[in-house]
Ligand binder design. Structure first.
Ligand code: HSE
Length: 432
């Protein structure tokens, strides 16, 4: 074993960074044996230097992350500060000054992964980011390496724990969205500003990264169709239950049937209770990967939290250090297919539509005509008259698969009918 240690700079020492530092210390001998050289924490860049950080030598703490990555003797920079800047500049500078990078930064990779990969390649460094998608769950490496000889056609998963916790709570307790969000916040699953999670931005960044790796193309976060869970109601969940379904926020990346384009989307959807994703509870994540030769694979586990995310970071650290000792680099960006990303309107899906309609002769026929005019085939219809004086009935229509643009045009046309008093809920149906 080489005795001269590999030097590691840690950018960020919050929930994840402090766990990375702790495990690097407590498992130092095992890490050294697995890598073939000791790894030494050479500096830790933080925003608040006065904070007490147990187990970290105060002499390593600095507020000058820029100087740390420019030192020239750093072998690996671990970036766990998140956000676009200064992370992007620091990572680029790390490559220029001799270091490879392990990052957990989903937003940056989804926004600018191509430029970062290019910078890593230009300087002969590694860029690894297992922790950026679904915490501890190995997904990036299986897609980049284990499935490199296969053809992935679909990635479907729950990649945001906060929203899964909220939807699960709504499902099991009948709570409304606000009540379930309050509970998620109280238990520390949701941040004080939950926007990134509940509006689907976090899941969309992960979908962009997964789609790019899975299909060997480039998908930016802005190309991912995104809908969050803030509009999901207790009535939607109850309606899903009546259909033998539950509601999940899904990230879905698909190769088109003709293989000439891809799509990536994040939105709430009903899935049958018999689908394995339906049993993913609380804040867990799970991802289905469908590949031509391998068939269906499922990856399941904790998608967030200090220790699980640190596990993924440390796995990357070991891999990057091994590469460094071998004078090699691991896989870079693979985007040779250059497939266009199609808009949501071209995605073929199914809708569950719940309408409040006038309960009088001809209404069902009128509604059915709207579907027919848009070329959308109806799978099932359920009507229930209200036992009150409103003169209204509830009409639930589930469609066969159709282009999303035809389905949304159908809903638009339904809203214009006098006999349709309201569109109570619209949700896509997946996983069948
Ligand atoms: N906030 C994310 C989640 C974890 O709830 O899954 C980090 O991506």
């Amino acid at each position: 074993m080489r005795t001269r240690p590999l030097k590691v700079a840690l950018l960020g020492c919050g929930v994840v960074g402090s766990e990375v530092a702790r495990i690097m210390t407590t498992h130092a001998d095992d890490l050294a044996a697995r890598i073939g050289a000791p790894v030494e924490l050479a500096g830790v860049a933080v925003r608040r230097p006065s904070k007490v950080r147990e187990g970290i030598d105060p002499a390593l703490i600095t507020t000058d992350a820029t100087a740390l990555v420019k030192r020239g003797d750093i072998d690996v920079v671990i970036e766990v500060i998140g956000g676009i800047e200064p992370a992007r500049t620091l990572i680029t500078s790390a490559f220029e000054h001799g270091a490879s990078v392990v990052s957990a930064n989903k937003a940056l990779l989804a926004e600018d992964g191509t430029a970062l990969h290019a910078a890593a390649e230009e300087h002969g460094r590694d860029l690894y980011y297992e922790a950026a998608v679904a915490g501890a769950i190995p997904l990036v490496r299986p897609l980049r390496e284990s499935l490199a000889g296969d053809k992935v056609n679909r990635v479907l998963g729950i990649v945001n724990g906060t929203t899964n916790f909220i939807l699960d709570k709504m499902d099991t307790s009948g709570a409304g969205y606000s009540e379930a969000l309050d509970e998620a916040t109280a238990l520390g699953y949701a941040e004080a500003d939950p926007t990134a999670d509940v509006e689907g931005f976090d899941a969309a960044a992960k979908a962009a990264i997964l789609a790019g790796i899975a299909f060997h193309t480039r998908v930016k976060i802005g190309e991912v169709h995104r809908e969050g869970i803030t509009e999901v109601t207790a009535a939607d969940i109850a309606s899903a239950r009546r259909m033998g379904c539950t509601v999940k926020l899904l990230a879905i990346c698909e190769r088109a049937a003709d293989g000439q384009s891809v799509t990536a989307r994040v939105h709430p959807a009903m899935i049958p209770l018999s689908h394995p994703l339906a049993s993913v509870r609380e804040a867990y994540n799970a991802v289905f990967v469908e590949a031509e030769a391998a068939g269906q694979l499922m990856f399941y586990g904790p998608g967030a939290g200090g220790s699980p995310t640190a596990s993924a970071v440390l796995g990357d650290l070991v891999a990057v250090c091994r590469n460094k000792l071998n004078g090699a680099t691991g896989p870079g960006e693979s985007a040779y297919t250059r497939l266009p990303v199609s808009p949501m309107g071209e995605v073929v899906t199914r809708y569950h539509i719940s309408l409040d309609v006038a309960d009088k002769p001809g209404v069902l026929a009128q509604v059915a005509t709207v579907f027919a005019e848009q070329g959308v085939s109806i799978d099932t219809v359920r009507q229930q008259g209200r036992q009150d004086a409103s003169g209204e009935a509830s009409l639930v229509v589930v469609t066969h698969r159709a282009p999303d643009s035809a389905l949304s045009a159908t809903v638009e046309a339904l809203r214009k009918l006098d006999t349709v008093r309201g569109v109570a809920s619209i949700m896509r149906v997946e996983g069948e």
